[in-house]
Design a protein around this ligand. Sequence first.
Ligand code: PLP
Length: 375
Amino acid sequence: MKLYDVYPLFDINIVKGKGCHVWDDKGQEYLDLYGGHAVISIGHAHPHYVEMISNQVAQLGFYSNSVINKLQQELADRLGELSGYDDYQFFLINSGAEANENALKLASFYNGRTRVLVQEKAFHGRTSLAVEATHNPKIIAPINANGHVTYLPMNDLPAWEAELAKGDVCAVMIECIQGVGGIRLVTPEFMQGLRALCDRYNTVLICDEIQCGYGRSGKFFAHQYTGIRPDIITVAKGIGNGFPMGGVIISPKFTPVYSQLGTTFGGNHLACAAAIAVLDVMKQENLVDNAAKVGAYLMEELKKFPQIKEVRGQGLMIGMEFEEPIKDIRRRLLFEQKVFTGVSGTNVIRLLPPLCLSMQQADEFLKRFKQALEA
Ligand SMILES: Cc1ncc(COP(=O)(O)O)c(C=O)c1O
């Protein structure tokens, strides 16, 4: 059977990872400034993570959500404490798109409405309503184009107010740092205005922290730079450091109803062991502070390169915008300098390294980046 060919692939077979490095099948080492698309949070093959998962799978990998799973509560307690949301509730699923689907479903159960507002260039996933909330007509199939979603310019509060004042908006879904959209940041004024408007019009405010959250921005959540608390926060990617997981963090104003939400695999024992290991390491190694420190240093140094038009970001979520397409620079970085990076559109290189990136590794990246630009 052939694989369904939807991914344009680099001709590289990665077989091993450790910390911020990966190796291909020929033994070539690469510096990982991409984290497998912002997924690797605590670093590849962290010994504590390997041990926790290995022990758990040897004990019990899975049992269904029809019985008590104490690991789910332990994870929720740890996450509540580290993120500052211990008064919220937690629902576990398996991916980012699923987290957003469930968040939107909850919002609609809550106020009975069906309209959603998102930012222009938003990316919220590839399924059902999540893909309709993604501002890219090429990936919205006719079956998903159901007219629920309005796309609005980022940080333009009057434009959002005009829609919210109609009184029929179910939810506003925001990426505080847009990932796929090119590392663009919301302003605190915009988010504070939006918070007040959502309260006034009984609209649910959802922050999609799937890429920008879980420590990547240098605070636990990117919206914590803006002084607001959303009604719902969605997480995925870094939560399991590669183990497929998603989560919905839900304000106490929502009352759970049996069977309204549910999943077979979500929150299984093995996934919870992975996610608890991630939080252990984030806490022990101060990875949120590390992301803030190393990210600030990287941004400051990158701003010195005259070839870059603009450097944007927060923590270890950094975008470098060039005047011209970055395809060649990125290829030189990968094939000559042996550095993995990401992209946004044609002109932005995205850096999404593991949160354990050290100052020395940042310097090593800067050295290789300079060589790639000068080649
Ligand atoms: C902001 C954001 N939301 C949602 C998603 C979808 O997550 P997943 O691919 O796990 O479904 C992504 C994935 O890149 C994302 O960056």
